[in-house]
Design a protein around this ligand. Structure first.
Ligand code: FES
Length: 147
């Protein structure tokens, strides 16, 4: 039911971790399953993504898609990174079972949220990028005291 690539990225996820002083960080959540994904981007002065790391508190498909998504955006410009949609990630993984498609959306949204954060910090506008709907970073900050 899962492709070899999905299993590979689930068992050996690439780019797990954090980037200190990242250019952009995005945290998104899926309200239905409660899974959370955080994406860190290191972007140079030319707008090229030099590094990308992630942390996912979620299902196996979410881990595999975030792993593949980090591999796909590395070396791309911020504009090119926008093309890394959940469809592109799923294709790169040779597909996902239909019930797991929403997990790949989390990866796309996490990239967008991190790009949004980068754009906001630098006072720039990235053509075609919209504020991610499932961005939970603001909410999280408010609730931090409760942990
Ligand atoms: Fe929640 Fe996969 S079940 S992201």
């Amino acid at each position: 039911m899962y492709s070899e690539k999905v299993m590979d990225h689930f068992n050996n996820p690439r780019n797990v971790g954090e980037i200190e002083d990242a250019s952009g960080v995005g945290t998104v959540g899926n309200a239905k399953c409660g899974d959370i994904m955080r994406m860190y981007l290191d972007i140079d002065d030319n707008g090229v993504i030099q590094d990308c790391k992630f942390k996912t508190f979620g299902c196996g498909a979410a881990v595999a898609t975030s792993s593949m998504a980090t591999e796909l955006v590395k070396g791309k410009t911020v504009e090119e990174a926008l093309q890394v949609t959940n469809k592109a990630v799923m294709e790169a993984l040779d597909g996902l079972p239909p019930v797991k498609v929403h997990c790949s959306l989390l990866a796309e949204e996490a990239i967008h949220a991190a790009l949004w954060d980068y754009a906001e910090k630098h006072g720039i506008k990235i053509e075609g990028l919209e504020k991610p709907v499932n961005d939970i970073s603001e909410k999280e900050e408010e609730e931090e005291d409760e942990y």
